[in-house]
Design a protein around this ligand. Structure first.
Ligand code: GDP
Ligand code: MG
Length: 655
C-alpha cells in the first residue's frame, strides 16, 4: 500500500471541511469552538482509502486546514510535508484573498501536485468561477491540475443537477486516486523528523504527540530527541491513523507515545521529534523568493524582522540580504536568517515568510546552508557557492563540494548531515569528488584539494627550512611540524605525514626529513665533536655528565649530531655512551655475571670501575632491553635465566 499526505487549501467557508467529511465520513472540525463558530481554527485530520487506476491500494492521510485569514499560521503548519493539495474554491465566491495566499504558500513550500475542487455549484453557475480559477493558476505548478465540480447540497435547478451527477464526490475520489498513483512515496533517507502538530495527554497512556513523519522510520523502543530543547525520550508505542504499529513509515500521519514528557512544557506544537545527532540551528542561508503575484507589496528590507515558518513552527527572525539592501516582489536573493530560537532545519527544506504583524505572506524559499555564520555569509565566494547550490538543488556532488570548499576541511560524517540527501548518497558523492581530485579524504576528514596542496607545500617548506638551519640534523622534529600546522585537524596532519613518508621524506625517530638529505656537521662544529669523542674515549665506562660534555649551544648541537648519527647512545638525560663503549661494557657485565653469578649495582660498579651515577641508569636500560633482569637487589642475565630453567627441567627429567 502506498501512503500519502493530502491537505486542503482555500478561502474560509468554501467547503473544505464539508468536503473532507463527505470523502471520509469524519468531521475534521474537532474543537468545541470550531463546532460553535462553524469554522475551522486549527488543523483537522482524517484518512482516505482509495484504489488507483491499476487497482493498487492508496492510503491518504488528510489534513484539513483553516481558511480564515486569522489562522494562516495554522494553515502553513498543516501543509509543510504534503504530497498533494486539495485546493478548494466555491463557485459563488470565486477567487478570494486566502485562495490567493494559500496558492502562494503552496508554491513557496514546493508542493507541485494539486486537485482543484470547485464547490457549491448548486448555488452558482460554475462556468465563470472555473474560468477565473484557470486564469489565476496560469503559470503555476497547478495550471493543468484536474478540476472537479462538487455540490454537497440538494440541487434545485435541474440543469445544474445534470451537470453534477452524484455531487461530484466520486469524481473527486477518482481524480485523487489517479493523481496519487503517479507520485513516488516519500523518501526514506534515514533521518526521521516529525514536526509536532498536537501534543496532549491521554489517561492511562501519558503524553502523545502527532505529526507527519518524514525522512525516515520510527520504531517502538527507539530513543528519540525532542528539538530544539534537546529532550531525550523513548517511544513506548506508535500509531498510524489510529492503529497500533511497530514501525512508522515516512509520509504517514503518526502518533507517538512519549510517556516521560509533559505536554506543553516538555513537548508542544512546533517541536521536532528526531533521532540523536541532528542538531537544530539558529542561522541559515537561503534563497529567498518573492512571488510575482504579490504585485504592489513593499520590498523586504535587509535587517528587518519577519516571521519564519518552517515545519509546524513559526519563529521571529532577522533577515539579512547578501547582495542588496531590499528585495522587491518578483525577485529572489540570497538571504541569511537569524532565528530567535533554534529550529531543526535541513538543507533543502522549504519555508514561508510572513510580515512582522502577521497579516501577510511576503516570501518563501529554500534552505541552502545551516549554521551559517555572519562572517562566512559576507564573503563573495560564499555568494557564488550558495548561488550554485540554489541552481542545482538535487546535485549532491555540488552540495558536498561546496561544504568542503567553504570550510577547507570538514569531519566527513558532518557533511550534509542535515540535508535531504541520504548518508549513502553523500558517501558516494565524497568518493566521486576524491576520484576527480577535488577533495582529499583522510580518515574521518574531508579536505579541499587546494587546502591539502597548500598544507603539503607548507610542510615541505618547513622541513627544508629545518634542513637549511641545521644541516647536521636528520630533519625537523615531528612535534614542531605538528604545532606549526595546529590550525588543521590532527587527523589531517597525520595523514599528511604518512603521505610525505610515502614519497621523498622519511621518519627517523622523532624527526622527519628528506630521504636525500645527508646530515653533515658544519666545519665549525667538527673540532667540538672531535673533543667530545676524545673525552668519551678517555673515560669510556664512566663518561662525564652531559652538562660537562656539552656546556654550550654549539657543543650541544655537535652532541645531538653524534647521537642522531648513532655514534653516541643516550642512556638518559644525564648519561651518554659511545656506541663502542656501550657494547664493550655489555660484554663485560655478561662475563662478570656468567662467572660470578648474580651481581648488585655496587659489585658491578666496582668491577667495571664506574660510578653509581652511570651504573644505575645503564642497568635500568639493559633491563628494559631484556639484556639483564633484576631480582631483588641483584642482576641476572636474561638469557642465563632461561638456560638455568632448562637445566632444572632436564635434571627433573633425569630423576
Ligand atoms: N450550498 C452548498 N453549501 C455548501 C457546500 N459545501 C459546503 N457548504 C456549506 O459551506 C459552509 C462552509 O463549509 P465548510 O466546509 O465549513 O467551509 P471551510 O471553511 O472551507 O472548511 C457550510 O455551511 C457548509 O454547509 C455545497 O456544496 N453547497
Ligand atoms: Mg474548514
Amino acid at each position: 500500500m502506498k501512503h500519502f499526505i493530502v491537505a486542503t487549501a482555500g478561502h474560509v467557508d468554501h467547503g473544505k471541511s464539508a468536503l473532507v467529511r463527505a470523502l471520509t465520513g469524519v468531521d475534521p472540525d474537532r474543537l468545541p469552538e470550531e463546532k460553535a463558530r462553524g469554522i475551522t481554527i486549527d488543523l483537522g485530520f482524517a484518512e482516505l482509502n482509495l484504489r488507483g487506476p491499476d487497482g493498487e491500494e492508496i492510503h491518504a492521510g488528510i489534513i484539513d486546514v483553516p481558511g480564515h485569514e486569522d489562522f494562516v499560521r495554522n494553515m502553513i503548519a498543516g501543509v509543510g510535508s504534503i504530497d498533494l493539495a486539495l485546493f478548494v474554491v466555491a463557485a459563488d465566491d470565486g477567487w478570494m484573498p486566502q485562495s490567493e495566499e494559500h496558492v502562494q504558500i503552496l508554491e513557496y513550500l514546493g508542493v507541485t501536485r494539486a486537485v482543484i475542487v470547485l464547490t457549491k455549484i448548486d448555488i452558482a453557475d460554475p462556468g465563470n468561477a472555473e474560468r477565473e480559477i484557470r486564469e489565476k493558476l496560469r503559470g503555476t505548478a497547478y495550471a493543468t491540475a484536474p478540476l472537479v465540480r462538487t455540490s454537497l447540497h440538494p440541487i434545485n435547478s435541474t440543469a445544474l443537477s445534470r451537470r453534477v451527477g452524484g455531487g461530484g464526490v466520486a469524481e473527486l475520489r477518482s481524480a485523487l486516486a489517479s493523481q496519487l498513483s503517479h507520485i513516488a512515496p516519500q523518501r526514506d533517507i534515514g533521518k526521521p523528523r516529525l514536526f509536532v502538530d498536537r501534543a496532549f495527554s491521554l489517561r492511562g497512556v501519558g503524553t502523545v504527540v502527532t505529526g507527519t513523519l518524514t525522512g525516515g522510520m520510527l520504531r517502538v523502543g527507539d530513543d528519540v530527541v525532542v528539538q530544539p530543547a534537546e529532550k531525550h525520550s523513548r517511544i513506548r508505542s506508535l500509531q498510524s491513523h489510529g492503529r497500533d504499529v511497530d514501525l512508522a513509515h515516512p509520509g504517514t500521519r503518526t502518533a507517538i507515545n512519549l510517556p516521560d514528557l509533559t505536554p506543553g512544557t516538555g513537548v508542544a506544537r512546533g517541536d521536532a521529534i528526531t533521532s540523536a545527532g541532528l542538531a537544530p540551528t539558529t542561522a541559515i542561508a537561503t534563497l529567498l523568493r518573492r512571488s510575482p503575484r504579490l504585485h504592489s507589496a513593499p520590498p523586504i528590507k535587509s535587517g528587518s524582522t519577519v516571521y519564519f515558518h518552517h515545519g509546524t513552527t513559526r519563529i521571529p527572525a532577522k533577515v539579512t540580504l547578501l547582495e542588496a539592501d531590499s528585495l522587491p516582489v518578483a525577485t529572489d536573493a540570497l538571504a541569511r536568517f537569524e532565528l530567535n530560537k533554534p529550529a531543526l532545519v535541513f538543507i533543502g527544506d522549504r519555508f514561508v515568510v510572513r510580515d512582522a504583524s502577521e497579516r501577510q505572506t511576503i516570501a518563501g524559499g529554500v534552505v541552502l546552508a545551516v549554521d551559517c555564520k555572519r562572517e562566512d555569509f559576507r564573503w563573495a565566494s560564499s555568494a557564488a557557492l550558495l548561488r550554485a547550490r540554489a541552481a542545482a538543488e538535487h546535485d549532491v556532488d555540488l552540495y558536498a563540494r561546496a561544504q568542503v570548499a567553504g570550510h577547507g576541511e570538514v569531519v566527513s560524517s558532518q557533511i550534509l548531515s542535515r540535508s535531504r540527501f541520504s548518508c549513502s548518497e553523500i558517501a558516494q558523492a565524497l568518493r566521486r569528488l576524491e576520484e576527480r581530485g577535488e577533495i582529499f579524504l583522510a580518515g574521518n576528514i574531508a579536505a579541499d584539494a587546494v587546502v591539502w596542496r597548500v598544507l603539503r607545500e607548507r610542510a615541505v617548506r618547513l622541513i627544508d627550512a629545518a634542513h637549511a638551519a641545521a644541516p647536521e640534523r636528520v630533519g625537523l622534529e615531528l612535534n614542531e611540524l605538528k604545532s606549526e600546522l595546529s590550525g588543521h585537524s590532527a587527523e589531517l596532519v597525520d595523514a599528511l605525514i604518512v603521505d610525505l613518508c610515502g614519497g621523498d621524506f622519511a621518519r627517523t625517530g622523532s624527526l622527519i626529513g628528506r630521504r636525500s638529505h645527508r646530515a653533515v656537521l658544519p666545519p665549525a662544529l667538527e673540532s667540538i665533536a672531535e673533543d667530545i669523542r676524545r673525552r668519551l674515549e678517555l673515560n669510556a665506562f664512566d663518561p662525564p655528565p652531559r652538562k660537562q660534555l656539552a656546556p654550550d649551544g654549539k657543543a650541544r648541537q655537535a652532541l645531538k649530531f653524534l647521537i642522531e648519527q648513532n655514534e653516541l647512545v643516550e642512556i638518559n638525560d644525564e648519561v651518554v655512551f659511545s656506541r663502542a663503549a656501550l657494547s664493550q661494557i655489555k660484554n663485560e657485565i655478561a662475563a662478570f655475571i656468567s662467572s660470578r653469578g648474580p651481581a648488585t649495582v655496587s659489585q658491578l660498579r666496582i668491577a667495571l670501575k664506574t660510578s653509581r651515577r652511570v651504573m644505575v641508569p645503564l642497568l635500568e636500560r639493559l633491563d628494559r632491553e631484556g639484556f639483564t633482569r633484576r631480582v631483588g637487589d641483584e642482576r641476572l642475565l636474561a638469557q642465563q635465566i632461561t638456560s638455568v630453567k632448562l637445566s632444572d627441567a632436564s635434571i627433573a627429567q633425569r630423576r
